[in-house]
Design a protein around this ligand. Structure first.
Ligand code: CUA
Length: 350
């Protein structure tokens, strides 16, 4: 294994997913290398053994026995199904963040990365996370398509303007890892680099506390120092302020009573019935889509009267509103573990 790791020039295995992905990689590389070597050797042997020995020699007609036919169908089919199974289970595992993961919002723009924590702080270029804890990334772009790629974690996910995409990782190995943009996004694409810094949990808590203290101090001083006020406030408070300004609260209540639109109380992680008869699980992606394209999935019983906020709300503003709606989960909802109906439960990881 370490030989394959070395010969394939792979970066360190710094996340839980990197081990699963590398194992699959090794298995496929080994099988294909062994099989293609066997085919090449057999070809050389058969060329020599059955070469044409005289100008008038004719090929013999070969009838293959049924057991031979059955074998060449069964063996590759079994291998194919086995790989599909391994690949599918692995796919579900790398796509579904475990419940209780820590959320970080990622915003990309030409040509930088910005990370916002629900507790309020944000950082540019460096994503700091605690070791041995799953981290879920909720990602969007302010301009063009970018792609979040951390080779040591074996994760790569596109960030799209006006939409949220999700990824997650858990690193058990404190250290600093390279973050690259893997989608050509303009002249300085190759310089759009960042870093993921995995800290011991105690160190991470200290860092987060120092950031929160910094925010509180800047607010006390009336805000001339540090980033503009919109960056300082807690995302939830910020979301409430923006929702008021943008007019969201004229149609959506936050106390559970129905109005022109569905109430925001307990909306997050609820399953809504749509006009079309389908149902939808309310997550970050659905809420963002509803703000950008409100006619797409109208909840049953409501008129399709919501205007689009595409171009009116920036990505960080949308994230703040989403975070505010999430804070409105009732106790009953909050006590339930986060789970979505995306994949069959038999493949759900713990
Ligand atoms: Cu951002 Cu390439």
């Amino acid at each position: 294994m370490s030989f394959l790791h070395w010969i394939l020039f792979l970066p360190p295995q710094a996340s839980t997913a990197s081990k699963w992905i590398d194992q699959l990689h090794y298995a496929i590389i080994t099988t294909t290398m062994v099989a293609s070597t066997a085919v090449a050797l057999a070809a050389v042997y058969l060329f020599v053994r059955y070469r044409r020995r005289s100008p008038d020699q004719l090929s013999v007609r070969v009838e293959s026995p049924p057991w031979f036919e059955a074998t060449i169908i069964t063996v590759p089919l079994t291998l194919f199904l086995a790989w599909f199974y391994v690949g599918y289970v692995g796919f579900v595992r790398v796509r579904r963040p475990p419940p209780g993961a820590m959320d970080v919002y990622v915003m990309a723009k030409q040509w930088m990365w910005k990370f916002s924590y629900p507790e309020g702080p944000n950082s540019i270029g460096v994503l700091r996370v605690p070791a041995r804890k799953p981290v879920r990334l909720l990602m969007t772009s302010r301009d063009v398509i970018h792609s979040f790629f951390v080779p040591a974690f074996r994760i790569k996910e596109d960030l799209l303007p006006g939409r949220y995409t999700e990824s997650w990782f858990q690193s058990d190995l404190p250290g600093r890892y390279e973050l690259l943009c893997a989608e050509y996004c303009g002249l300085q694409h190759s310089l759009m680099r960042g870093e993921v810094e995995v800290l011991e949990p105690s160190e991470f808590d200290r860092w987060l506390a120092s950031q929160e203290r910094g925010i509180a101090e800047r607010q006390d001083m009336g805000g001339p120092i540090g980033p503009p006020a919109s960056d300082q406030a807690n995302l939830v408070a910020e979301g409430l302020r923006i929702a008021g300004q943008a007019g969201c609260l004229e149609c959506h209540t936050v106390d559970g009573s129905p109005h022109i639109g569905p109430t925001w109380l307990g909306l997050y992680h609820r399953t809504e019935l749509l006009e079309t008869g389908q149902s939808v699980f309310v997550d970050e992606a659905y809420m963002t889509k509803s703000m950008m394209d409100p006619m797409a999935d109208v909840v049953a019983g409501f008129n399709p009267v919501m205007p689009t906020f595409q171009g009116k709300l920036t990505a960080p503003e949308t994230a703040a509103i989403v975070e505010y709606i999430k804070s409105l989960r009732s106790r009953e909802y909050q006590s339930k573990p986060a789970e979505g109906p995306l994949y069959a439960p038999i493949f759900r990881t713990k």
